[in-house]
Design a binder for this molecule. Structure first.
Ligand code: ADP
Length: 478
């Protein structure tokens, strides 16, 4: 039973330990997860921001280029043409980067140069390239790149109009109609590009917003997991703490009880050692004044009995202490010899001469601890003699043994004074003696119970006051 409880406690502790470890692992993974999610979300968002910046440079370059080209067509000033070339180089740089990133193997040097020409911030270049390559197959980003591609085609239309206008102006052959047609085409191109640029920005804005939502959801979920694990761990720790606190309090109480028990034990043992001495002293005093030899002889017998009682008590204590220290030592032992020994020891003193012993052993050899069996039987038999009923015609003690399933049963029965029902539950307690009993020290049955428990057995008592008592010891067969 005790082993089972310890096993269960150990099992629970192991379970708690394992749960705590799993929770710790989940918390660590969740914390790592939250760090990774946030690092990547910052990376994605800063890449998206760089593209939005890039788009505004692209758009400004395109609008400046359109304006310079219209001025050039109107005033034929070469400065405007160069300004047009410079301005259109910005969206053209972005075009080079985009084509480079979509054409394997990627020429990163050319891509970097293209992005720099597109007036993107040098520190944004790496995150722009990473975002493009990582998300080029993701629907929303693909859509943004498609819009960019369409915009680039319009930039090249504008570039072609510029080249044509320059050729015509250099030749001096541009008619008024051609001039108007070109300006109308440039304005149309610019309006269409503005729409594309807005669509591109909006798509990137959507990507950013969607990522923000994903990151928020992921952060909330991971935080909830961490909070749940932390709370569960704290609950386990608090429960463990209060359990160990309870255990310490229980242990303290048990120790206090043991201390009190020890005090009582020492007091009783001292008392039991002293009482035969006191009666011997009394008898010796009586003998001093006695001249009648018969009376002196009687006193001598009484002194002898007192000494025997003390000797028996000391022996009981010695075997108790010895058996406490040696633990259980199971060997093949002869129950028959042990019973013979016990009867021999008890039949010559303490009223043993008046008592008839009956030995009914069905089982004579068992695997057990001979010393403990000796303690058990000696106490039970000596009690049967001690509490025999002198008023009865025959006083007897019966020792029986038999096997029941996997157990050995040893019975010690007598037709003595019997035990009151209210005492029967308590006679195995240390120093308990029935109220009207003057012969008892109250230690014998406690020693019996202790020895039986050490043998993994149990002891039962059945008694009828004034009629009989039967002690039944049940121990495992081997
Ligand atoms: P002790 O060793 O002094 O006899 P025990 O612990 O053996 O003390 O016994 C406790 C009490 O049980 C005693 O007070 C006694 O009255 C009662 N008792 C034990 N055995 C018997 C018995 N065979 N018949 C009647 N009473 C008994």
């Amino acid at each position: 039973m005790r082993g089972k409880i310890i096993d269960t406690i150990n099992g629970l502790l192991l379970f708690r330990k394992r749960t705590a470890l799993i929770l710790l692992l989940v918390m660590s993974l969740a914390s790592a997860g939250i760090i990774v999610v946030n690092i990547y979300s910052v990376k994605i968002l800063s890449g998206a921001r760089a593209y939005v910046n890039g788009e505004s440079e692209y758009s400004k370059g395109q609008k400046d280029a359109s304006a310079y080209l219209i001025n050039y067509i109107n005033h034929h000033n070469k400065v405007d043409y160069f300004a047009f070339k410079n301005a259109i180089a910005i969206p053209k740089g972005d075009h080079i980067a985009r084509v480079g990133l979509t054409t394997p193997p990627v020429d990163y040097k050319a891509v970097r140069e293209g992005l720099l020409a597109g007036k993107n911030h040098p520190e944004d270049i790496e995150s722009m390239m990473w975002l493009f390559e990582t998300f080029k197959n993701v629907d929303m980003f693909k859509k943004a790149v498609e819009i960019w591609t369409e915009g680039d085609e319009m930039i090249y239309d504008l570039d072609r109009i510029g080249a044509l206008a320059h050729a015509e102006i250099v030749k001096g052959a541009m008619s008024e109609d051609e001039k108007h047609a070109m300006i109308t085409a440039i304005n149309k191109n610019s309006a269409a590009l503005t729409l594309k640029e807005e669509a591109f920005s909006e798509t990137l804005g959507n990507i950013s917003r969607q990522i923000n939502t994903y990151v928020l959801v992921a952060n909330v979920l991971i935080t909830l997991i961490i909070v749940f694990c932390a709370l569960t761990s704290a609950a386990i720790m608090i429960r463990n703490l209060s359990k160990s606190q309870k255990k310490i309090i229980e242990q303290n109480e048990r120790l206090q009880l043991i201390n009190a028990g020890l005090d009582k034990f020492v007091f009783n043992v001292t008392h039991d050692l002293r009482s035969p001495l006191a009666s011997i002293m009394g008898l010796i005093n009586l003998m001093d004044d006695e001249t009648d030899l018969e009376q002196i002889k009687e006193y001598t017998i009484m002194i002898k009995e007192s000494l025997e009682r003390q000797d028996r008590f000391i022996n009981e204590m010695l075997s108790f202490i010895k058996s406490k220290h040696t633990g259980v030592n199971r060997t093949e032992c002869s129950l028959s010899s042990i019973v013979d020994n016990v009867i021999a020891q008890n039949s010559h003193h303490n009223g043993g001469r008046r008592v008839h012993f009956y030995k009914e052993l069905e089982l004579t050899q068992i695997q057990s601890d001979a010393l403990k069996l000796q303690v058990i039987l000696n106490n039970l038999v000596s009690n049967s003699i001690k509490y025999s009923d002198a008023k009865k015609a025959e006083q007897w003690v019966k020792v029986k043994s038999y096997r029941h399933d996997k157990e050995v049963v040893i019975e010690v029965e007598d037709n003595g004074l019997g035990i009151r029902p209210k005492d029967q539950d308590r006679i195995f307690d240390k120093f308990y003696m029935s109220g009207d009993n003057k012969k008892s020290s109250g230690i014998g049955l406690y020693l019996v119970k202790d020895a039986v428990t050490q043998l993994d057995g149990k002891i039962e008592v059945r008694s009828e006051l004034g009629v009989c008592s039967k002690f039944k010891v049940i121990i495992p067969f081997s």
